[in-house]
Ligand binder design. Structure first.
Ligand code: V07
Length: 248
């Protein structure tokens, strides 16, 4: 079932999602199916990132969060981890001009500590270069893990309480939210639409707090086969669900 593309930018009444988050799954499997090494899947996955980023920005999405590397991915073979760590560098070498052209701002959420300096520098450079863009935020979840994020927020709040800056009974949802990594994409911390590719239907420690009220869209396509039109289908599905709620 293929639905016609939509143009939500021109229609402010459609309740388009502000924050779309994507778990980009299936790169390794895509490569294996073609009898190629996993890194070819990752490389093709990067092209899908480009396609989806452009379409999302054309659709007026405010934040597109992409789950690129989870804290669990360190368990993969060292050479694959090494290859994955190079991908942000390659990504920005190729796509920063296009991101500028589309007025996209780059952001990152994740734990930078273990990320190699060269990778960190490339990400920081891209963030600096695009900091004045006021279009869509392209937010990479890189070395991200949601439980670790919540642990860190808890530690910060406990520290503030011990220092007497806040009282324990004062801690509320807003205060916790303020200490999560997604504070950098305020006021769009909450995910509206979560997409996962390759037929898996799990959250995998991704934005646990922020997905509390999101709609889920699952696609059987492997991530390197994902296109702008598939994103449109997901957006349309989201809008139709919103319409149905609205009708009740
Ligand atoms: C990665 C390509 C897309 C599919 C998922 C796995 C492979 C882009 C990035 C990236 C990350 C941070 C950043 C800029 C770009 C990336 C990893 C893997 C680890 F600031 N694609 N991509 N990072 N793949």
């Amino acid at each position: 079932m293929h639905q016609a593309p939509i143009n939500m930018v021109e229609n402010e009444e459609t309740n388009a999602p502000a924050h779309v988050a994507v778990i980009m799954d299936g790169n390794g499997r895509w490569a294996e199916r073609q009898g190629k090494a996993r890194k070819f899947g990752h490389q093709e996955g990067m092209e899908a990132v480009r396609r989806v980023t452009i379409r999302a920005s054309e659709r007026g999405i405010k934040v597109l969060t992409l789950y690129a590397f989870s804290t669990e991915n360190w368990k993969r073979p060292p050479q694959e981890v090494h290859f994955l760590m190079q991908l942000p560098i390659r990504f920005f070498d190729r796509f920063v001009p296009e991101l500028q052209e589309k007025n996209v701002r780059v952001n990152m959420i994740g734990f930078e500590e273990k990320v190699p300096t060269s990778t960190r520098k490339a990400i920081q450079k891209a963030m600096d270069q695009t900091k004045d863009n006021d279009g869509m935020i392209l937010n990479f979840a890189f070395n991200y893990g949601s439980r670790a994020e919540i642990v860190r927020a808890t530690q910060s709040l406990c520290e503030r309480a011990l220092n007497g800056e806040i009282s324990i009974s004062e801690i509320n949802e807003e205060m916790i939210e303020h200490h999560l990594l997604t504070q950098s994409i305020a006021p769009y911390q909450d995910v509206d639409l979560l997409i996962r590719s390759s037929g898996e239907q799990r959250l995998s420690n991704f934005l646990l707090w922020q997905n509390a009220y999101s709609e889920f869209y699952f696609s059987d396509l492997l991530w390197p086969d994902f296109t702008g039109d598939v994103l449109d289908e997901a957006l349309l599905s989201y809008i139709n669900r919103q319409r149905r709620y609205g009708a009740v």
